[in-house]
Design a protein around this ligand. Structure first.
Ligand code: ADP
Ligand code: MG
Ligand code: MG
Ligand code: MG
Ligand code: MG
Ligand code: MG
Length: 664
């Protein structure tokens, strides 16, 4: 949002010299804004989704699917259209969207990507939930109307043959270029706006080598053992970074990739919620955090990289590696000398701390080893911020700013947020706490849920968006408690990568989500546990060990409830919430079809996108059981995906049938 100002972007050695200044200015902007906005109250509940697309070009004559690099032209044409929009004209479709604002389209890292958001955020009313799916379909139609006839927006997370030797991009450019220095993809694969090549180039420079993505290969009957990625060239000498593979960057039994585009070129589904005030926003941030890995596993849709089936189902760790700017010292590969600390996670990672001033947040849930910039934390606390929130931002600000425009360093303006946003928007955690941007915009405290994979059909995308909205309503309405130690969420995030984790893996989850009832008698038990007596008011029941509060559960148990266990299930919680409010029968039925998708995906009746794609590939007549996703399979897959979404748009819910598990 709003980061595309033009200017002179500093290359890494120069940017590094200014990093401290940007951090300090960013913190002053944060403090000034926090002071102005911390009391902002009674904001309406608003929420909005973000859907990301790949733009594919299908060549039916030669049976090739390619990525189209037409992002700039498409966006320009879309923006013209949006500027000329007249609400009562039906020039943009079938007229079903009278009164709705035209969708917004945004650029993304990949020059083959688009992002679309609703023209206005959605409101609290149930009627708005009914518009989401048709609005998403409308976005596709509008986008498609601005593309060449053979181009389409599709919602695969990744393009199956990105980075192969095919002519998979249109127009074609060979690898490689000075920004990415990839041996697989050209610089032209990325948005040419100076921000993006600078981001990629500075990550590489800061790191001291190219980014390194190694995804375990899916071992099929005829996959070579050991598998040595046959697409890696060990004999290149164009860039110093060509040494990376000679230094062991490509691992056996893995598909190796070396550029930001392999991660940031993936599509996801994000939801932003506006809270009624900062306190509620902080609560939602904490309570939604443990759901991140669960929704990642449920939305799994990424089983192919660089022309190979891989043994993982989701994109997350690949994006994490694709923007990992940590130095060897920060990674712990060599002793600390010039850098300030070892950092356990990439700047794209699950979040590492909680921020709510909730009495139920036990100190044991926090990470005792969280790395924070103590000077920044002190500045925030001296400025009046509380410890938890100061810790959160002092953790985000351990990173260096990556893209710095020299024009912005002349004078500090604490009425702006540009330096703060510089750090904030390049900390890609699975939850993001978004302060109001400025006084004049009248936008409140928001929380973004960022872990979900984009789904092939808009029925699914709407279902997951609406499910998350209803969960936030249930959390607030029943004051639910999903706290577990934050490190368990980090572990769950890893678990979500396992092939078929949705059915085969177990995740740490809290057993009892309900607020504690105050017991009638108390006293001896409280004093028997002196440490809890110190922290809790006398009427609270004694707290047991943290480990007894959660256990390993399957996704089915988390979503649908445990038959014997204590966890009631997220869907039953949502149903209870719906029972507690006035919803007319028609709306309830509509919502039920979305909840049914979530329920059945959790219990295995319906497949994830990852499973469907795997089945498509392994049952393709030309598949040789060697993990290779050929150009022909890629074309047929993209074509099938395109047909599903188009038919779904035309005929209602064809995509629903497809994801029931029917063979292609
Ligand atoms: P970013 O890319 O920084 O996450 P975007 O502007 O692309 O942000 O998307 C933000 C989402 O938040 C959109 O779906 C938008 O409709 C929604 N949104 C905008 N304003 C608000 C608001 N005040 N409260 C909640 N959601 C909002
Ligand atoms: Mg964005
Ligand atoms: Mg966005
Ligand atoms: Mg985006
Ligand atoms: Mg976003
Ligand atoms: Mg954090």
């Amino acid at each position: 949002m709003g980061l595309l100002a033009l200017g002179t972007a500093l290359e890494w050695p120069e940017a590094k010299k200014k990093a401290h200044q940007v951090r300090q200015w960013g913190i002053e902007q944060l403090l000034a804004n926090w002071r102005r906005m911390k009391g902002k109250e009674r904001d309406a509940l608003l929420w909005g989704d973000e859907v990301e697309y790949l733009v594919v070009a299908l060549d039916d004559a030669s049976k090739k699917a390619r990525l189209s690099l037409a992002q700039a032209e498409i966006l320009k044409s879309l923006a013209l259209d949006e500027a000329n929009w007249k609400p009562d004209e039906s020039q943009h479709g079938d007229g079903d969207h009278d009164g709705e604002h035209p969708p917004h389209f945004h650029p993304e890292f990949g020059r083959f990507m688009l992002e679309a958001t609703p023209g206005r955020p959605w409101g609290i009313g149930f009627k708005d939930l009914l518009k989401v799916e048709s609005n998403m379909k409308w976005r596709r139609e509008v986008a498609k109307a601005h593309m060449a006839p053979n181009e389409s927006p599709i919602t695969l997370t990744t393009f199956p043959r990105l980075g192969t030797k095919d002519d998979y991009i249109q127009p074609y450019y060979p690898p490689s270029g000075p920004a990415l220095r990839s041996q697989f993809v050209p610089d032209e694969i990325a948005n040419p706006h100076i921000r993006f090549p600078t981001l990629a180039g500075n990550i590489r420079s800061r790191r001291g080598r190219k980014v390194e993505l190694n995804v375990p290969i899916y071992k099929d009957k005829n996959t070579p053992v050991p598998f040595k990625d046959p697409t890696v060239n060990y004999d290149l000498h164009n860039w110093p970074e060509d040494d990376d593979v000679r230094n062991g960057a490509a691992k056996d039994d893995h598909v190796y990739m070396d550029a930001m585009a392999f991660g940031m070129g993936s599509c996801c589904l994000q939801i932003t919620f506006q809270a009624k005030n900062m306190t509620e926003g902080r609560k939602l941030y904490d309570q939604l955090s443990p759901l991140g890995p669960i929704l990642l596993a449920l939305t799994a849709a990424t089983p192919i990289y660089k022309g190979f089936l891989v043994d993982t189902d989701v994109r997350w760790n690949q994006i994490s590696a694709a923007v990992d700017d940590r130095t060897p010292e920060e990674l712990g590969e060599v002793p600390l000398k010039n850098d300030r600390w070892r950092i356990p996670k990439s700047r794209y990672a699950s979040n590492s701390t909680y921020i709510s001033q909730d009495p139920r947040l036990r100190p044991e849930y926090l990470d005792p080893d969280l790395v924070v910039d103590e000077d920044i934390k002190k500045r925030l606390i001296d400025g009046g911020m509380d410890d938890l929130l100061a810790t959160h931002f002092a953790h985000l600000f351990i990173r260096d700013p990556l893209v710095i425009f020299s024009e912005d360093l002349e004078e500090l303006d604490v009425n702006k947020g540009d330096h703060f946003e510089n750090l904030q928007s390049t900390n890609w955690q699975h939850m993001r706490f978004k302060p109001p941007p400025s006084e004049k915009d009248d936008i409140g405290w928001r929380v973004e849920f960022r872990s979900m994979e984009i789904q092939i059909t808009d029925f699914e995308n709407a279902a997951f968006s609406i499910f998350m909205v209803l969960i936030t309503r249930a959390i607030l309405s029943f004051d639910l408690n999903f706290y577990i130690p934050i490190q368990r969420t980090t572990e769950n995030m890893e678990t979500a990568h396992v092939r078929n984790a949705v059915l085969d893996s177990k995740f740490y989850f809290r057993k009892d989500p309900f607020p504690k009832r105050v017991p009638r008698t108390h006293g001896s038990t409280v004093s028997a546990n002196p440490s809890s007596a110190v922290n809790t008011p006398p009427s609270s029941p004694p707290l047991g060990p943290v480990e007894s509060e959660y256990e390993l559960m399957t996704i089915a148990e988390i979503i649908n409830g445990c038959p014997e266990g204590s966890f009631p299930g997220l869907i039953p919680l949502v149903e209870s919430y719906l029972n507690s409010v006035n919803v007319d029968v028609e709306t309830r039925c509509f919502l039920a079809s979305y909840l049914d998708l979530i329920r059945k995906r959790a219990d295995g009746t319906l497949w994830t996108g990852a499973k469907w794609i795997r089945e498509f590939v392994t049952h393709h007549p030309s598949y040789k059981q060697d993990s290779v996703v050929s150009e022909e399979i890629c074309y047929d897959l993209v074509k099938a995906v395109e047909e599903v979404t188009v038919n779904e748009g035309r005929n209602g819910r064809i995509g629903w049938e497809l994801l029931r598990g029917k063979k292609n």
